[in-house]
Design a protein around this ligand. Structure first.
Ligand SMILES: Nc1ccn([C@@H]2O[C@H](COP(=O)(O)OP(=O)(O)OP(=O)(O)O)[C@@H](O)[C@H]2O)c(=O)n1
Ligand SMILES: C[C@](O)(CO)[C@H](O)COP(=O)(O)O
Length: 222
């Protein structure tokens, strides 16, 4: 089955708060986004890689790439929200299986990737998840109440789908409650299948994540 990965890097990283969008920050001397691309290229060099970038950062990225080992990829302009960036990328994706992965998750491992691609090939969809490690409370107006954490999962990427399914899902209009691709599949009335992710597969979002990223990167390089 031909596989595509859409790597989303069309955002500007407001929560990180750096001038340079977070996907271009260096971890042990290498850009986060290049580490993510390399993760997929090392997993399977046959994968079609499509990268979404803010239009105004495309030239910057092309200049950065000259300094690192080449990884073939096609660039597509990002949109206003993650949803719009992915919609643009889906127009050119040619794989029968399509993985959608955050450009700021460079530590997804082979175990997670194998789980996702295998399950999506069999069942149509697969999203990597982990059980929660902390207690969970639900906000109720100015109060809160403890809830049973075993009823919840934390969701990662790549979220992998058979092409027809994800293309149909992206005909649904954008709304603010769409925080990932699986929520669109659900809006279609289709089942979302979950598999195990890996703990290092963090989404680099704020400054403290950069410290973890340096540690994980050192472990991956050894
Ligand atoms: N219009 C957008 C917004 C986000 N993304 C990408 O989706 C991934 C996950 O989003 P998030 O971590 O929220 O990144 P940002 O939107 O850049 O961060 P923030 O919300 O803090 O501004 C990131 O790789 C981001 O670049 C995208 O492709 N297009
Ligand atoms: C897609 C995602 O990474 C799954 O956990 C997450 O929903 C992205 O959320 P954000 O609002 O773009 O940070």
């Amino acid at each position: 089955m031909k596989k595509t990965v859409i790597i989303t890097a069309g955002g500007i990283g407001k929560r990180m708060g750096t001038k340079l969008p977070k996907q271009f920050l260096l971890i042990n001397g290498k850009p986060i986004l290049w580490l993510t691309l390399k993760r997929f290229y090392d997993y399977n060099p046959e994968l079609e890689i499509i990268l979404t970038l803010p239009e105004e950062w495309v030239e910057y990225w092309e200049n950065v790439c000259v300094n690192y080992d080449p990884i073939p990829h096609r660039i597509v302009s990002g949109g206003k929200e993650r949803y719009h960036s992915i919609k643009n990328a889906l127009e050119v994706a040619s794989g029968e299986l399509i993985a959608i992965h955050d450009g700021v998750r460079p530590f997804v491992n082979d175990y997670t990737l194998n789980n996702c691609f295998k399950m999506a090939a069999e069942k149509g969809s697969a999203i990597p998840c982990l059980p929660l490690k902390e207690s969970l409370r639900q906000k109720i107006e100015l109060q809160s109440k403890a809830v049973d954490r075993s009823n919840f999962l934390s969701v990662q990427t790549p979220q992998v789908f058979q092409r027809e399914l994800i293309q149909e899902a992206y005909t649904i209009e954008f709304s603010k409650d769409i925080t990932d691709d699986a929520s669109l599949i659900e809006k279609l009335g289709k089942k979302v299948h979950t598999c195990m992710g890996n703990e290092e597969n963090i989404k680099i979002t704020s400054k403290s994540d950069l410290l973890w990223a340096e540690v994980f990167n050192k472990v991956y390089e050894d």
